[in-house]
Design a protein around this ligand. Sequence first.
Ligand SMILES: Nc1ncnc2c1ncn2[C@@H]1O[C@H](COP(=O)(O)OP(=O)(O)OP(=O)(O)O)[C@@H](O)[C@H]1O
Length: 610
Amino acid sequence: MLTSCSDSTEKAPAGGIGVPTRGPRTSYVPPHLRNRSPSVDTTSAPVLHYDAAVGSGHQGHGGPPPAGIRSVGPRNDRGGVSSSRGGNGGGGAWNNRNNGWDHGRARESNPFQDELDTEQAFGAQENTGINFDAYDDIPVETSGKDVPPPVNTFAEIDLGEALNLNIRRCKYVKPTPVQRYAIPIALAGRDLMACAQTGSGKTAAFCFPIISGIMKSSQSALRPPRMPRMAFPLALILSPTRELSLQIHEEARKFAYQTGVRVVVAYGGAPINLQLRELERGVDILVATPGRLVDLLERARVSLQLIRYLALDEADRMLDMGFEPQIRRIVQQMDMPPPGLRQTMLFSATFPKEIQRLAADFLSSYVFLAVGRVGSSTDLIVQRVEYVLETDKRSHLMDLLHAQRANGDQGKQALTLVFVETKKGADSLEHWLCMNHFPASAIHGDRSQQDREYALRSFKTGKTPILVATDVAARGLDIPHVAHVVNFDLPNDIDDYVHRIGRTGRAGKTGLATAFFNENNSSLARPLADLMQEAHQEVPAWLSRFAARSTFGRNRRGGGRFGSRDFRRDTPFNRGGMDSYGGGHINNGYVASGGYGGGFGPTTVTSAWD
Ligand SMILES: Nc1ncnc2c1ncn2[C@@H]1O[C@H](COP(=O)(O)OP(=O)(O)OP(=O)(O)O)[C@@H](O)[C@H]1O
């Protein structure tokens, strides 16, 4: 392996995101007891729904009962959060019972701490709020039967006091457009297929209803079978990459902080034993990559029979040909309740029609929501395309980086994400950048998980402000302060381009995306020119000429312009098994105008990443 610039600096401690430190031996604490202060009289704890023998064995010997056991009472804390549990000062009393059997257990660590560290690293000048004006004109389309109306504020939604407190800790003042629509729909128990632009807050849009639903629910009806060492999560969130699963886990932990709802992550490339131990301690929400989850299911360490919420992030990616078999296996061939008995939510910034069609198999009477045009990029990203021959790419990149450094704050390099086509190409470019005094790290599928996470961390903190990446970093990653995305090699698929450039210009902030285009990218000319036009970007005349020359190909977006709507609207009759379409509603005068019309080319076939 090539030496990275970041190798010269100290490696992440073993407790980094990939290799959790081995904590003190732990034992299970039922969710309703997790927020109690040490002074709480545990003798008055509600009765648990597992048999007395297991319960007493648990208390007596410190061994865990079957994982995932649920309490009788609702697990909310709607009576308010005491000040002793509030604030950011070192976690609450979760797992902090002091009656001997769990003595010495770690407290619920404060998930907001990392954020403070990053904010400190980048100084206080950064606006942590969101520029909502940027979203004012955004067109919104909903379709389906009896769509619940949107809200304007978090206060209008009954999410529960503890979750509301965490929303304030996250400094979310008001919901983003996708949250305004998606949260009430999900809280009404509806299945949802939601499409909203990159960086617009989709993670919270599916996490809030799940956490709130688990907090509110009484689990008395659910009696998990006595299966020692098997975990019974209530919610499953699947995502295509390890880093994205980790990120969702970190976010969900913040939202669920001191709510009693326990979030666990399982992903490939990290030691499974540590993840098994976490699962044994109990899990309400399991965030996972498909490969590792299948492994856990095959080992009979996780059962999906109590799943009430299923969320697929980057759903179009999860259902494309690389992942679809694994997803079908998990969702349809194991013990997960079928559509109708569970609530399913699919989220992405892109949703090609043939994937929408596939996704319908997983949904029941769902609402389709599009915030912005499906697959469009946000106007917050300034997009530039430059004609650069293969042989000139490196020197061109160097020019960009020099200019950026010169314009930067005190000669500092702004965070720049450079996408390349191949893993080898990523290694080689990283090495070359380092040799030329541009501190860079690289992330791709052939790097060890520890190296991948270290590279990401080193980039986030600005230690190596250039990250060379393959598509493994294209989707979902929310790295604050990324100022520039460079498509050194353009992808073959326009949707991949949308996700890549979406690593900048997030949460109302602006960003810059530069693409190096040459003859090798001819097939992308037309969708790229159209996408740029849609996003009010200047399209170079030479690109328009390329676009005019290019034949209708696989990158055409079918149906309405950019596949911009619910595919059910284009279905002339209700096919067997498909939900009937209950009409649509379009806000802000948005009309799904006809674009190219006609069919849609085949999806790119890529292998699953994780
Ligand atoms: N209501 C809100 N107010 C302020 N910031 C928010 C709000 N909701 C989300 N954010 C922030 O916006 C950023 C982007 O959110 P998120 O990662 O969920 O976007 P996304 O839509 O999932 O993007 P992608 O399509 O790239 O996965 C995050 O830093 C998140 O903390």
